[in-house]
Design a protein around this ligand. Structure first.
Ligand code: SAH
Ligand code: SF4
Ligand code: F3S
Length: 467
C-alpha cells in the first residue's frame, strides 16, 4: 500500500474506511464504480483501481447510482476518446449536487496532460482528484486530501517512476486475466500521445511476473494476456522471448497471449518460442499502421513493408494458421491516394483476420499534429469506407473457411442476448457463440462451427461439456 506520501493526512486509510462506514450508516451509497475508456492497459489499471478502492472499504458495483466513489479511467489516444470522457464526467455534476460526499476521480491518460488538468480544475469543480497512470497508487492520499483537508489534488507522476509491486488487481473477466509485464513506451511514433502520458519503458522483474502468473493459474485463470505498450521490447532480467518461454513452461491448463508487439522488435527468438509452445495462443497482433514506406517513415515506425512481410512469413511458417490482426491509421498527414492504395494492397496481400482502423487524430504536443498535408475529413472518411469494405470481404472469406471445422474454445461468459448461449474465443481470439449450460464457463470445449461471418462464428459443442 501507499508509503511515504508527503501530504496525506495521518492514518489516511483507516479514516477513509471510517468515512465509508459512516456513509453506510447514513444510508448513502458506498460502492465504487470504475468506468474504463481506454486500451487493455487502461482496463488492467481499472482492475488495480478497483483493488485499491476495495481495500479502502468501497464495494465494487457496475451501477454509478450505487457508488460513493466514481473513478473515470480515461484515454487520450484520439480526440473522440477525450470528448466522450468529458461528456461522461459532465453527467456526474447532477449526482454530486444530490450527494455532496460522493467522490469523483479522473484517472488514466487524459489527466497526464497539463491542459486537461487545467480544464478539470476550471470547468469540472465536482471532480475531487485526478491520478495519472503513474500515480494510481496514490488514490488513498487523493481521497484523504479531499475528505480531511478539503482540498482537490491533481497528481502527475515522474516520467520514469519506479515500478510499484503489491497492488492487487481485482479481476472481473471470468477465466480471462490481464497481466502487466511492462509500462510506458520509448518509441515516439510521430502521431502518438502514449509516450507523453505513460512515460518511459519500465519492465517488471521476471520473477514477479512468473509468480503472478502461477497465482493466476492456480486461481483458475485459463487465458492470460501479457500486457505492455510494446511487450516485445520487454527488458527485465531477460528478454521477451525468454520470458514467454518460461511462462509457457508453467504447468496447468491455460493459454498465453500478449499485446501489443511492435513490428520492429519481433526477433527470430520470439518467432521460435511461438512456434515451439502450444500454450502460446496462435494469435499475433502486429500493428502495421500503413502499407506505404513513405508514410511509415513519417510515422517514425522504423520498419518498412519488406521487413514487415518477412516477419509475417516467418510467423506463418513457425505457427501455421496463426491469426494475425493489425491496426491501421487512415489519413495520416501527407498520405496520398497512392500511399493509401499501398495500404489496401498490403491488406489484400497479407489477409489479416481482423483490422482495427482509426481516422488519424492530431494530438497536442506530438510532431505529426504540426505536419503539413493534414488530410481532409471527407477524404479520410472515404478512405476509411473503402478500407472497411475490403477488410470485411477478407474477414468473411476467412470466416467461411472455418465452417464445418471443429475449434477449441474457452467458454468465457453467458451470452448477453440469449441466456441459453455462451460466448467464448478460439486460441486465435475469434469470437464463437454456442449453446451450453452456464456451468461450462471457464472450460475449454470443442465446438463445431456451423456458420461464420466477418466478426463471429456460430456452432455447437462437439461433445457434452465436461465429458
Ligand atoms: N502500443 C501499441 C498501441 C498504441 S494505441 C502499438 O504500438 O501498436 C493503439 C492504436 O491506436 C495504434 O496502433 C494506432 O493505430 C492508433 N493510434 C494511435 N495514435 C493515434 C492517433 N493520433 N490517431 C489515430 N489513431 C491513433
Ligand atoms: Fe504509440 Fe508507437 Fe508507442 Fe505504440 S509504439 S504506444 S503507437 S508511440
Ligand atoms: Fe488510451 Fe492511454 Fe491506452 S491514451 S490507448 S488508455 S495508453
Amino acid at each position: 500500500m501507499e508509503n511515504g506520501s508527503r501530504t496525506a493526512p495521518e492514518n489516511v486509510e483507516e479514516r477513509i474506511k471510517e468515512y465509508v462506514l459512516s456513509r453506510s450508516a447514513a444510508g448513502l451509497p458506498t460502492g465504487v464504480t470504475v468506468l474504463t475508456f481506454g486500451c487493455q492497459q487502461n482496463e488492467a489499471d481499472s482492475e488495480k483501481l478497483l483493488g485499491l478502492a476495495s481495500t479502502l472499504g468501497f464495494s465494487p458495483t457496475d451501477d454509478p447510482e450505487e457508488a460513493g466513489l466514481i473513478l473515470v479511467n480515461t484515454c487520450a489516444i484520439r480526440e473522440h476518446a477525450e470528448q466522450k470522457v468529458l461528456s461522461v464526467i459532465g453527467g456526474f455534476g447532477r449526482r454530486k449536487a444530490e450527494d455532496r460526499g460522493l467522490l469523483i476521480g479522473v484517472c488514466g491518460c487524459m489527466p497526464a496532460q497539463s491542459h486537461r488538468i487545467e480544464q478539470l480544475k476550471k470547468s469540472y469543480p465536482y471532480v475531487d482528484f485526478s491520478l495519472d497512470p503513474s500515480s494510481l497508487s496514490r488514490m488513498a492520499e487523493a481521497i484523504g486530501t479531499r475528505l480531511f483537508l478539503g482540498k482537490r489534488s491533481f497528481f502527475v507522476g515522474e516520467a520514469n517512476p519506479p515500478i510499484r509491486e503489491g497492488i492487487a488487481p481485482l479481476r472481473r473477466r471470468g477465466p480471462l486475466g490481464w497481466l502487466s509485464i511492462m509500462y510506458g513506451c520509448n518509441n515516439f511514433c510521430s502521431y502518438c500521445i502514449v509516450p507523453y502520458v505513460r512515460g518511459r519503458e519500465r519492465s517488471r522483474a521476471s520473477a514477479d511476473i512468473v509468480r503472478e502468473a502461477e497465482e493466476m493459474i492456480a486461481a483458475g485463470y485459463r487465458d492470460i494476456t501479457l500486457l505492455g505498450q510494446n511487450v516485445n521490447s520487454y527488458r527485465g532480467d531477460c528478454d521477451f522471448a525468454a520470458l514467454l518461454a518460461r511462462l509457457a513452461a508453467l504447468p496447468g491448463d491455460f493459454r498465453l497471449r500478449f499485446m501489443t508487439s511492435h513490428p520492429k522488435d519481433v526477433s527470430d527468438d520470439l518467432v521460435g518460442v511461438i512456434g515451439e509452445n502450444e500454450k502460446i495462443a496462435p494469435a499475433f497482433h502486429l500493428p502495421l499502421q500503413s502499407g506505404s514506406d513513405a508514410v511509415l517513415r513519417a510515422m517514425n515506425r522504423r520498419y518498412d513493408m519488406q521487413r514487415y512481410r518477412e516477419t509475417v512469413r516467418k510467423l506463418r511458417e513457425a505457427r501455421p494458421g496463426i491469426v494475425l490482426t493489425s491496426d491501421i491509421i487512415v489519413g495520416f498527414p501527407g498520405e496520398t491516394e497512392a500511399d493509401f492504395s499501398e495500404t489496401l494492397r498490403a491488406l489484400r496481400e497479407i489477409r489479416f483476420d481482423m483490422v482495427y482502423s482509426f481516422l488519424y487524430s492530431p494530438r497536442r504536443g506530438t510532431p505529426a499534429a504540426g505536419y503539413e498535408g493534414q488530410v481532409d475529413a471527407e477524404i479520410k472518411g472515404e478512405r476509411m469506407r473503402r478500407l472497411l469494405a475490403l477488410q470485411t470481404d477478407i474477414a468473411s472469406e476467412i470466416g467461411k473457411g472455418y465452417e464445418g471445422k471443429t475449434v477449441r474454445v474457452l467458454a468465457e461468459e453467458i451470452s448477453k442476448t440469449d441466456p441459453a448461449m455462451l460466448t467464448g474465443r478460439t486460441g486465435g481470439g475469434k469470437l464463437v457463440h454456442f449453446p451450453s449450460p452456464a456451468s461450462a464457463v471457464g472450460e475449454f470445449l470443442d465446438v463445431r462451427i456451423e456458420r461464420a461471418d466477418a466478426y463471429a462464428m456460430y456452432g455447437v459443442p462437439a461433445r457434452e461439456p465436461g465429458k
